[in-house]
Design a protein around this ligand. Structure first.
Ligand SMILES: C[S@@+](CC[C@H](N)C(=O)[O-])C[C@H]1O[C@@H](n2cnc3c(N)ncnc32)[C@H](O)[C@@H]1O
Length: 284
């Protein structure tokens, strides 16, 4: 009886445990020099889905803390001197693991049979790091610079073929064919020396037909998560007509974030859309 009363009183006066707060008030504030574990803990609280959280936890655990701290030291002066974080924001792994574990959840990276995955414009490789943590065979395709991307890929043990997507040019043969191709937050569709002008739907359609004909095994998955690429300066808006076209051709699309998820049994053929074969583009 006395014990029951004590337990009741304890419960009544127990302090409410303080819930860790999301580490950014509005939008993402990058903190690449903070402790990795502190950042991982802070961003973990925003993940509501159990499977996504499990993927986030697994990739976070896979990072060698000593090697990570050495990278922070390597880029410390650059980060402290910069007024705005440019590519060094990718060193702050936690928000990127949060973003990419959401994509990994959409693509069932945790449950799909072991497969080969190519990430075009992979950046620091956070998506591939998750896939690798689940035993998939991963490859990054990206430009050789900036160095921070290469350092992050090394940290996660992800191989990269260096190169660049260029209008009308084939990708290197050595890339091969894959079960899943990921394109997220692309900028390869910016025309060089154009002041930010980007490909139209027609150029995208040509590229996706070429890509799926030459670099996918079947059945396979293609995922495209757009960067903002339309509007007067080419960065204000997503290229919605491309999302519409994808939906018309069987992709599952997310309207909030302009993502397109194709499950394919054969190469894409955007019949009826005006476009020229990829390898003829940009030759005039
Ligand atoms: C905004 S970052 C996105 C990185 C990563 N996909 C992500 O979701 O976090 C754009 C990436 O595209 C790469 N990139 C830029 N131009 C490219 C090109 N012509 N061909 C291939 N990749 C390119 C950059 O090096 C960078 O890795």
């Amino acid at each position: 009886m006395v014990l029951a009363i004590i337990a009741k009183l304890r419960k009544r006066f127990r302090k409410t445990p303080s819930r860790p707060q999301r580490p950014d008030a509005d939008g993402v504030t990058y903190r690449p020099l903070r402790s990795l574990d502190e950042r991982i803990e802070g961003w973990r609280v925003v993940i509501e889905d159990d499977r996504q959280r499990a993927m986030y936890d697994r990739v976070a655990a896979s990072i060698d803390r000593t090697a990570y701290a050495a990278l922070q030291d390597k880029y410390r002066a650059e980060i402290e001197a910069a007024e705005e974080l440019a590519v060094t924001k990718y060193l702050d792994l936690a928000p990127w693991f949060m973003i990419h574990s959401r994509l990994a959840r959409m693509l069932d990276i945790d449950t799909r049979p072991k497969c080969s995955i190519l990430d075009i414009g992979a950046g620091g490789g956070q998506f591939l790091a998750i896939a690798k943590a689940y035993g998939h065979e991963v490859l990054a395709f990206d430009k050789p610079d900036p160095a921070v991307y290469g350092d992050l890929l090394k940290l996660c043990g992800i191989p990269r073929i260096e190169g660049s997507v260029q209008l009308g040019e084939p990708l290197p043969q050595s890339i091969g064919r894959f079960d899943l191709i990921m394109i997220n937050g692309q900028v390869f569709d910016v025309f060089p020396k154009s002041g930010g002008k980007r490909w139209t739907v027609s150029e995208w359609a040509s590229f996706l037909e070429y890509l799926t004909a030459t670099h996918l095994e079947y059945p396979s998955t293609l995922f495209v998560g757009l960067n903002k690429s339309a509007g007067p300066t080419g960065v204000e808006e997503f290229l919605w007509p491309l999302v519409d076209l994808a939906e018309e051709h069987g992709a599952t699309v997310e309207r909030k974030r302009a993502t397109m998820h194709y499950e394919l049994t054969e190469p894409l053929n955007f019949e009826g859309a005006s476009k020229d074969p990829w390898l003829t583009l940009g030759k005039a």
